[in-house]
Design a protein around this ligand. Structure first.
Ligand code: F6R
Length: 629
């Protein structure tokens, strides 16, 4: 949550860079904030340092409000600055609560992502010292504390002041500060909250993630937990909170700015839905040899240890947790290892049973979800081996896990997750097949066949996308619908949950997903004349197909007046009699079907939200990356 950008550069820096244009702090920061706005969009602000003075503008609402303010009241040209786009925690989304907070008579400006848990005690001490606060935020307290430490203890050393201040703060924070006496310095600190450094030529950058500077450089440096970094135009220096020097891990971002553009789609979500064939393809690429043997290079856990795993716990939140639910069916089928899926925020507040032979697999698009991170740390403390399935290189969860399997879905900008969901399922399937291969649960030929079928999925998703108009037309027709139910069984059940979540998130429609078998145990009471129900129907092929049972469920709701819309496999004629419309998906193995059946539901939600005139990419109250508990 909250997007953070910092910039410092020599005058003229950028002229030899990718955009060959001299950079100013304002241009760089605004561009970074545009890219990071998905992280929070309640308010935005920028502070720059020019001619020994700090000047700032901040505005409630989306970034465009700040841009209008800047047009009416421009900031001076500068080569040093910080910028913020906010997702409110302490204090409502007002101009006053927006960041940066400029304190100490204009000497120091600070921005923050996270929650400072002991802000009240610091605030009381600062108030007793005569400090006046203008906002309701914990951030202003951190700013005032930093200023006090700078003035009283750090002898004019801004880095030292940040180290001392960070030692005294509890909770989660990324802090960036500039001071009027340090014209070409930005100092930052991080604990439990994301921050990466971008390296340029005669200029350096800071961002909540690499999209904060991807227009200017693809060279980046990861920071570890509890570190302070000081950037100048020609250097960056990392220490811990006690001033001990530390090394950062440099990496090159493997996507460019164009990958984060809309490509002519009306929204990032639409684009990302259409990116899915590529996201699945990229996630599969390079993970097996010609004989179908899986070679997971990033798997840093000893195969002997993996052979001994007797329980898997999947930890995730929201859509990622639904990907985990889908994966559970496959992992248990292929590897015969009991697999639990647990919402990360519930996990560590009970007494989960973890042993050294438990493998904890976290699923996170951002790699920064605080609930998931805390659950992973807890699992590690309890002795589990941890593995991250993640879409964001350099993020905290993979860095703190024993092993990582990156999904290569590319940047996901829309708040509602789509392509990351499919890529997570694919990566979890690769893990399942890898374990089956290691442990001999499946013959190599069987694994090869499943991989071959996975390899056909991108083209099949494309077929679903080529038929998008049918479900999009339905979405437009249904724009005034008040409630939609989704039913599914087996792997179709988490797909139903995901279909409902998408609709809630972006179209603000009451929507629920149910296991179709559960209908008669309660939810069927919701069915009345005209109730819209989507049913994800399993393939009729195969001995153990649940097809006929789900068809009975369709009949049950239809008999009570429901309007039934069915997602079914090509050639399934039987469902036609019970459906107002059928949306066909290509044939595939039952366990791979979620990679196809989810797509029409994503298209439905995106189109319906757009038809209602809502902002599909930035739904109300949400943020892309939930970095607070
Ligand atoms: C829903 C959505 C969220 C995320 C959840 C976890 O569309 O995007 O439910 O899936 O907040 O986020 P990550 O995967 O970044 O840990």
């Amino acid at each position: 949550m909250c997007g953070i950008v910092g910039y410092v550069g020599h005058a003229g820096a950028g002229q030899t860079g990718p955009d060959s244009k001299a950079h100013t702090a304002l241009d760089v920061i605004l561009e970074g904030l545009r890219r990071l706005e998905y992280r929070g969009y309640d308010s935005a602000g920028i502070a720059v340092l020019a001619d020994g003075r700090i000047d700032s503008r901040k505005k409630a609402g989306k970034l465009t409000n700040l841009e209008q303010e800047l047009a009416a009241d421009p900031l001076p040209s500068s080569q040093t600055g910080i910028g913020h786009t906010r997702w409110a925690t302490h204090g409502g989304p007002t101009d006053r609560n927006a960041h940066p907070h400029v304190v100490d008579g204009g000497n120091l400006a600070l921005i923050h992502n996270g929650i400072i848990e002991n802000f009240a005690e610091h605030k009381a001490a600062l108030v007793a010292d005569g400090v006046e606060f203008l906002s309701e935020t914990d951030t202003e307290v951190a700013a005032a504390l930093l200023a006090k430490v700078y003035n009283d203890e750090a002898e004019g050393d801004l880095t030292r002041a940040m180290q001392l201040t960070s030692q005294r703060l509890e909770g989660a924070f990324t802090l960036l500060a500039i001071h009027k006496d340090h014209p070409d310095v930005v100092v930052a600190s991080r604990r439990n909250s994301p921050l990466v450094v971008g390296l340029g030529d005669g200029e350096n950058f800071l961002g909540s993630d690499v999209s904060g500077f991807i227009d200017f450089t693809r060279r980046a440096v990861e920071l570890a937990q509890d570190q302070v970094v000081t950037i100048t135009p020609d250097s960056f220096a990392i220490t811990d909170f006690f001033g001990n020097p530390a090394e950062g891990k440099e990496f090159t971002v493997d996507w460019d700015a164009a990958a984060a553009e809309k490509d002519g789609y009306p929204s990032f979500m639409q684009k990302e839905i259409h990116d899915q064939p590529e996201a699945v393809l990229q996630t599969l690429l390079g993970r097996s040899d010609i004989d179908g043997r899986l070679t997971l290079d990033e798997m840093r856990i000893d195969p002997e240890e993996l052979k001994k795993v007797d329980k898997i716990i999947v930890l995730a939140c929201g859509t990622s947790a639904y990907a985990g639910h889908v994966a559970k069916y496959a992992i248990e089928t292929w590897c015969r290892i009991p697999t639990e899926v647990e919402l990360a925020h519930e996990f560590r507040y009970r007494e989960p049973i973890i042993t050294p032979t438990t493998l904890v697999v976290s699923l996170s698009q951002s790699g920064e979800t605080m609930d998931t991170l805390m659950a992973v740390r807890y699992a590690k403390e309890q002795g589990a081996r941890t593995m991250a399935i993640c879409n964001t290189n350099g993020s905290t969860i993979p860095r703190e896990s024993d092993a990582v399997l990156y999904t290569h879905a590319g940047p996901e900008i829309a708040v509602a997750s789509t392509k990351a969901f499919l890529a997570q399922i694919v990566a979890a399937y690769l893990l399942g097949l890898y374990l089956a291969q290691l442990r001999g649960n499946k013959f190599q030929g069987e694994i090869k066949d499943i991989l071959a079928d996975l390899g056909k999925i991108p083209a099949k998703i494309q077929t679903v996308l080529d038929n998008a108009e049918q479900i999009q037309a339905l979405a437009r027709e249904m724009k005034d619908t008040q409630s939609v139910l989704f039913l599914g069984r087996h792997v179709g059940f988490p797909v139903a949950l995901e279909g409902a979540l998408k609709l809630k998130e972006i179209a603000y429609i009451h929507a629920e997903g149910f296991a179709a078998g559960e209908l008669k145990h309660g939810p069927i009471a919701l069915i009345e004349e005209g109730q819209v129900v989507f049913i994800v129907v399993p393939s009729p092929r195969g001995r153990d197909s649940l097809h006929s049972k789900v068809v009975s469920n369709i009949q049950e709701v239809r008999a009570r007046g429901a309007r039934t819309f069915v997602i079914a496999e090509e050639g399934d004629e039987a469902v036609k009699a019970y459906a107002e419309q059928v949306f066909y998906i290509p044939e595939t193995q039952p366990l791979l079907a979620p990679l196809l059946t989810t797509v029409p539901l994503q298209l439905f939600a995106a189109e319906l939200a757009a038809a209602k005139g809502y902002d599909v990419d930035q739904p109300r109250n949400l943020a892309k990356s939930v970095t607070v508990e």
